[in-house]
Structure formats: structure tokens, C-alpha cells
Design a binder for this molecule. Structure first.
Ligand code: UDP
Ligand code: MG
Length: 324
């Protein structure tokens, strides 16, 4: 058995060209970690930085055994970098934050205390944001929309300062730019989520890695998340619904037109309605077939990744576990 103490908290930070803020960041992280009063580690993921970030990280790691550096081969993006960090984090609790010092590492103790009250995810809420007016407005709208659609209500989805129980992170998979949807995705397995106000500071070094087109990508990701949350185990129910409605309307139109043609002996070749009826019937059939294909794919998916359609919090059982 190893004698190293169990790590309580892992700080996970993605880093893409943040050379300027690293020395100050390290000081603040170590101070925050030591204030926690339990063993901690700092996991820094170099997401293919092209400035001098990596040499600085290498020095930081050599000087402090609590620092772990994972260097990705190229720039994979924030979500991928975070996932790499989650895969390497050993702490019972994982705290994510940005490397640009906009989040205050000192808030970690607040999050950890809240998590210990029995929550699975504690999300930071930048009550007093230090960003441009336009991005604050967009983010307010995004939060309202995401909260409504995913039914996981958070005042600040965009805040990267969050604390998670590690098993929650282990049971979800992230793609694209979905790190900001972790609370919503995790709601699939049933999680208790809390929000606490945290400090937010202006960016002092380097510049933001995102442009306004980010909002569009966030919106598309939201669509995916919504679909996965609500219909990923029953695709036929959504596609089939559209299919039946389209097919039924098309069918009724078709019957009306047939009646006019066959009984009333009217010509229907010049009726646009005829085209619509055909279109609706074809679409209806296609939707239903797509739903059925979806059903097959869902089964393959769950088998392939050994993903269960349920998630267990704990098992109370007086009999000891028997290997199956
Ligand atoms: N980041 C990253 N890979 C990327 C883009 C960003 O690892 O491709 C990191 C970046 O170094 C920072 C965090 O993600 O630690 C958030 O980025 P940024 O501060 O630029 O975003 P903003 O706060 O402007 O939304
Ligand atoms: Mg930032």
C-alpha cells in the first residue's frame, strides 16, 4: 500500500498561452490550497500553448511536487484540456478554474465547504462581473435560455470556477465545447447542485481566447445537450411524434384531394396542396424511420461505452459484495 496521503482537492486548470499570469497564479493557488488544510494537487494542462507557457510550467512542476503538468500535443480546446485534467486528477474533489486569474483561487474554500454540506456540484456565480457590457448581456440571456431548456437552473453557466465530486466527473463524457454544460449533463445521473457567489476580476495578462461567435457554438451545443438529456434513450418518441403529425396531416390532405378527384371529378393537377400532401407524407415516413434508426443506435451506443441507463449513488447491503 502506498504511504502518500490521499489527495483531498485537485485544482484543474486549462492553459492556452497564459505565460504572463502563471507566476502570480501559482502563488495564489498554493496559498488557496494551503488554506484548505488537506492534501491538494494542482493539475495544469498545457493546451498546446505557443508562447513561453510550457517552460514556465516545467519549472513550476520541478519546484513543487504538488504541481502536475499535462502537455497536450496541440491545441484541443478548453473542454478537451479539462477532460485531460479530470482523467489525471486524483482528488476526491475537483475544482476547475481559468488560468487567467479572472477567478480567485481563494474562493476554493467556499466551494469545498459548500460541497461538504452534501452537494455533488458547487458552481461559482460571478455576481459582480468584470467584463464588457455586451458579453454580460449575452451571458445573461444564455443563462436564462440554458436554465429553461435543460431545467437545471444556474445563474452563471459560464463561470468556470466550479467544484465537483470526482465520481460525478467520471460518469460523464464531454465532447465539443460542452464543459459549460457539465451541471446539465450531470443532471442525467441525478446530482445535487448549489451555487455560491464568487469573486471575479478583470483579465490582467494576455487576452481572451474567444470571440463573439462563441455564442452561436454554445447555442448549437445546447441543442445537442437538450436532445441527449431528453431523448437519448428514446429517439423514436421525438422523431416518431414529428413523423406521425406530418404523416397524418399529409394523409388527410391526400384523402380530401382524392375525394375531390374521384367523387367530385375535379382536376387536382394544378393544386399546390397536392405537392404539400406528398411532401408531408414522405417527411412523415422519413422521421419515423429516423427514429427507428435512432433506437438502434442508442442500443449500440449504450453497449459500446458500457453506459448504463441508470446511475447508483450508493448501495446499502448487509451481504458483502460478491464478485460476479
Ligand atoms: N483555454 C484553453 N484552450 C483554448 C482556449 C482557452 O485551455 O483553446 C483556457 C485559457 O487558457 C483559460 C480558459 O481556458 O485558462 C478560459 O479562456 P479565456 O479566459 O480566454 O475565456 P474567457 O474568460 O474570455 O471566456
Ligand atoms: Mg477569462
Amino acid at each position: 500500500m502506498s504511504t502518500t496521503p490521499k489527495i483531498g482537492v485537485s485544482f484543474v486548470l486549462p492553459i492556452f498561452n497564459e505565460e504572463g499570469s502563471l507566476p502570480e497564479l501559482r502563488r495564489q493557488l498554493v496559498a488557496a490550497g494551503e488554506k484548505l488544510g488537506e492534501p491538494f494537487e494542482i493539475v495544469l494542462i498545457d493546451d498546446g500553448s505557443t508562447d513561453g507557457s510550457f517552460p514556465v510550467l516545467r519549472k513550476m512542476q520541478a519546484a513543487d511536487p504538488r504541481v502536475k503538468v499535462i502537455r497536450l500535443r496541440k491545441n484541443f480546446g478548453q473542454t478537451a484540456a479539462l477532460t485531460a485534467g479530470f482523467d489525471h486528477a486524483k482528488g476526491e474533489i475537483v475544482i476547475t478554474l481559468d488560468a487567467d486569474l479572472q477567478n480567485d483561487p481563494a474562493d476554493a474554500s467556499l466551494l469545498v465547504a459548500k460541497l461538504r454540506e452534501g452537494y455533488d456540484i458547487v458552481s461559482g456565480w460571478r455576481k459582480d462581473r468584470k467584463d464588457k457590457f455586451l458579453s454580460r448581456l449575452l451571458s445573461r440571456m444564455a443563462n436564462a435560455l440554458i436554465s429553461r431548456i435543460t431545467k437545471v437552473r444556474l445563474r452563471d453557466y459560464g463561470c468556470t470556477l466550479k467544484a465537483y465530486r470526482r465520481e460525478v466527473l467520471q460518469s460523464i463524457k464531454l465532447y465539443g465545447e460542452m464543459h459549460r454544460f457539465i451541471p446539465a449533463i450531470a443532471s442525467q445521473i441525478g446530482v445535487a447542485i448549489a451555487e455560491v457567489p464568487v469573486n471575479h476580476r478583470p483579465r490582467l495578462y494576455g487576452e481572451s481566447k474567444y470571440k463573439l461567435t462563441k455564442s452561436i457554438r454554445v447555442f448549437l451545443d445546447l441543442l445537442t445537450v437538450k436532445f441527449l438529456l431528453s431523448y437519448s434513450t428514446r429517439p423514436l418518441q421525438i422523431f416518431g411524434m414529428f413523423g406521425l403529425i406530418a404523416g397524418a396531416v399529409g394523409g388527410v390532405l391526400g384523402i380530401v384531394l382524392s375525394y375531390e378527384r374521384l367523387i367530385l371529378k375535379q382536376g387536382i393537377a394544378n393544386r399546390p396542396l397536392l405537392l404539400l400532401a406528398i411532401l408531408l407524407i414522405v417527411i412523415g415516413i422519413q422521421f419515423i424511420t429516423m427514429g427507428l434508426l435512432g433506437e438502434i443506435m442508442v442500443r449500440t451506443y449504450h453497449e459500446a461505452v458500457e453506459k448504463h441507463i441508470y446511475a447508483v449513488r450508493e448501495v446499502l447491503d448487509s451481504e458483502p459484495d460478491e464478485p460476479r
